[in-house]
Design a protein around this ligand. Structure first.
Ligand code: ZN
Length: 289
């Protein structure tokens, strides 16, 4: 049996065709700015990936979407970077067009699901997935299943307060981890993370210091999450994670300092995502698995 996973990002939409947890085909396109264009792309690329496969062998399509969705997983609420989809029953529309079972989930949850079942968190009991990019996303997978919470919004680690009187956040709050552990942190230091990574690669002192400071903020956030949920594995992905080796040591130093349980401090594993940019799409495919 086959399933299709679609990870709809603010700039790029990634598609994968998955069979028994293995990626058979992958394709990335630019995300259309309007709903009509986006639907056309979802249909065209999915049909392309499924060409030559009988519909009876297809389990369905999973959609990973940026931003919060309703508890019933039928509507996207208010994605800040994809306003054309606000309050749209996207899964229902896609299901109507493609005549395949369609499920939808928050993109960070898709990331966490893929890494927990097939990637860095495989065979672990409690997995926390964190994505570091233009924002900070999170998802929690317990015994292989997503923990969605009472109102469907569990895992929003990016909006955990790490500085009570800190920087204003797009969510309306203040001092959220996202302000200190996303791209925004690097932009305040003067450039995109990639630029810092290139410099750090060459041994540039300032770039290495910026990554160290970044790791301290991220480590403080991760330590709070570890104290709250006691995971066995924390998997880190998203664009900024390509500079993993430059910040992981200071993350680990914060964990050693701030995690209360001696066992958690000693045994919790912090790992890099295994599917890279395709985790979200793989997790989306797992929604219909
Ligand atoms: Zn916030």
């Amino acid at each position: 049996m086959y399933s299709v996973g679609v990870d709809i990002g603010a700039t790029k939409t990634n598609f994968v065709l998955v069979q028994r947890g293995k990626i058979l085909k992958r394709e990335g396109v630019l995300t259309a700015k309007n709903q009509k264009g986006l639907l056309e792309a979802i249909e065209a690329v999915s049909e392309d990936l499924l060409s030559g496969i009988s519909r009876s062998e297809v389990k369905g399509i999973g959609l990973g979407v940026p931003g919060p969705i309703n508890k019933e997983r039928t509507e996207i609420l208010n994605p800040p970077n994809l306003t054309s989809l606000s309050n749209q029953p996207l899964a229902k529309i896609v299901q109507g067009h493609l005549r395949l079972k369609t499920k939808m989930e928050n993109d960070a949850n898709c990331f966490a699901l893929a890494e927990a079942r097939l990637g860095g968190g495989k065979k672990s009991k409690v997995v926390l997935g964190i994505t570091l990019g233009s924002g900070v996303g999170g998802g929690l997978v317990i015994n292989g299943e997503l923990h969605k919470g009472a109102f469907g919004a569990a895992g929003e680690i990016g909006h955990m307060t790490i500085n009570y009187n800190g920087l204003k956040c797009s969510c309306g709050g203040q001092g959220c981890l996202e302000q200190y552990a996303s791209e925004k942190f690097f932009l305040r230091k003067g450039a995109y993370p990639q630029a810092f990574q290139e410099k750090a690669q060459k041994g540039d002192k300032r770039a290495l210091n910026v990554y160290q400071e970044y790791g301290r903020y991220l480590g403080a956030g991760i330590s709070s999450a570890i104290n709250l949920i006691d995971p066995d594995v924390v998997v880190i992905g998203g664009g900024i994670s390509s500079g993993y080796k430059f910040f992981i040591k200071s993350v680990q130093a914060e964990v050693a300092l701030r995690v209360i349980s001696p066992s958690a401090r000693k045994y919790v594993k912090i790992k890099e995502a295994q599917f890279g940019a395709w985790s979200g799409a793989v997790g989306a495919a797992l929604l219909v698995d």
